[in-house]
Each structure stands twice: as structure tokens, then as C-alpha cells.
Design a protein around this ligand. Structure first.
Ligand code: ZN
Ligand code: FE
Ligand code: FE
Ligand code: FE
Length: 194
């Protein structure tokens, strides 16, 4: 749907559109999180991603209920923002060689996603209230609260250890690589090949 297409004329329709947008986004996030967990080499970060995966499944169920409350069928509409963020995360992850630096990259990507969700849910909660749907607003506020907590948790892990560990990693200098190679050859000289 484009900006000037006439299919959204009221805030109620805009609300439904954005509800479908976040529904699509949550389902993409549900698919992406196991991959993020697999790539994380820090146990706490891995657990964090797995916990948020469980929360995400619960959030999708709340959205299902929200759709029913407004007498709509739960249905997504393509969210180019989340597709772009996930694509960007995969691209970056593929380019990072060091495990510690990769952990930092994964947190950065995940926080971008959380911030998007926080923005969307924040708006949806106010619109639901505005439209006289306090029960829908309450459900959406639960999702919003979880996204904020997830963002805080990621921030804390990054600040407490991941960023520092990542920053300590240096690109090995060519002469260092050569020295390490020579040391290895000397150490293994005369050893049987098997
Ligand atoms: Zn649209
Ligand atoms: Fe979510
Ligand atoms: Fe979107
Ligand atoms: Fe989230």
C-alpha cells in the first residue's frame, strides 16, 4: 500500500494497518531469533535471544487476541522496515570474523529491532486508547513492556561485558601472523604427521 493509495482513510484503518505491520514483523522476528541465538557465542546473550523467542511467541498470541477483539482476522502486511533490519543483520554477521565482535554486532542489530517494536507498539497503544479500545491497548502495552525490558537487558549485557570484550580484539598484524606460523612450524618440527 502506498502513501497516496486511498485504502487507508481513517485512524481506525491506519490502526489496523499498523497492527498487521507489527504482526508481520513479529513473525519475521520469530523466524530470525533462533539464528541469532545460534550465532551468539556468549551464553548469557544466547539465553537472552532464546528467552525473547519465547516472549515473541506470546506476543504473537496477544496480537491474535487483539485482532479478534476488533473483529478482524489475524493477518500480516509486509513490513519493509523489519525485512531490511533482518537483512542488514545477516549481512553484517556474515562479514564479522571475530566471535566477540560478532556478539557486539548481534546486540546492535537486536536493539535496532527492539527500538522499532517499541516505536510501533507505543503508537498502537495510544491509537487503541484513542479509538475507545482500552482492552486492546492493555494487550499491546504488555508487548511494549516486554520489548522495553528486552532492550534494557541487551543494553546491560553489552555494557557489562560484550562491548569491552569486543573492543579488546585487534586485527592480527601480518608480521604477527607470520611469527605465529613460524612458531607453530618450529614446535611441530620432527613430530609425526599424524
Ligand atoms: Zn502500506
Ligand atoms: Fe516483539
Ligand atoms: Fe513496518
Ligand atoms: Fe522484541
Amino acid at each position: 500500500m502506498g502513501w497516496f493509495s486511498p485504502d487507508i482513510q481513517t485512524v481506525e484503518e491506519l490502526f489496523l494497518h499498523n497492527l498487521q505491520d507489527i504482526y508481520y514483523a513479529e513473525r519475521q522476528i520469530e523466524k530470525a531469533l533462533p539464528d541469532m541465538a545460534a550465532k551468539a557465542s556468549d551464553a548469557e546473550l544466547k539465553n537472552g535471544f532464546n528467552t525473547h523467542l519465547k516472549q515473541t511467541k506470546g506476543q504473537i498470541k496477544r496480537l491474535d487476541r487483539a485482532f479478534k477483539m476488533i473483529k478482524s482476522i489475524p493477518q500480516g502486511t509486509k513490513c519493509p522496515a523489519i525485512d531490511g533490519m533482518i537483512e542488514e543483520a545477516n549481512e553484517i554477521a556474515g562479514e564479522v570474523a571475530d566471535k566477540m565482535v560478532l556478539n557486539a554486532a548481534l546486540i546492535a542489530a537486536a536493539q535496532a529491532v527492539e527500538h522499532y517494536e517499541i516505536a510501533r507498539y507505543g503508537t498502537l497503544v495510544s491509537w487503541a486508547k484513542l479509538l475507545g479500545r482500552p482492552n486492546v491497548a492493555k494487550l499491546l502495552a504488555m508487548n511494549l513492556k516486554e520489548e522495553k525490558a528486552a532492550d534494557k537487558k541487551l543494553n546491560a549485557i553489552a555494557k557489562r561485558k560484550i562491548n569491552r570484550k569486543a573492543a579488546a580484539r585487534k586485527r592480527p598484524r601480518p608480521d604477527e601472523l607470520e611469527r605465529a606460523e613460524n612458531a607453530f612450524l618450529t614446535a611441530t618440527a620432527g613430530l609425526p604427521a599424524i
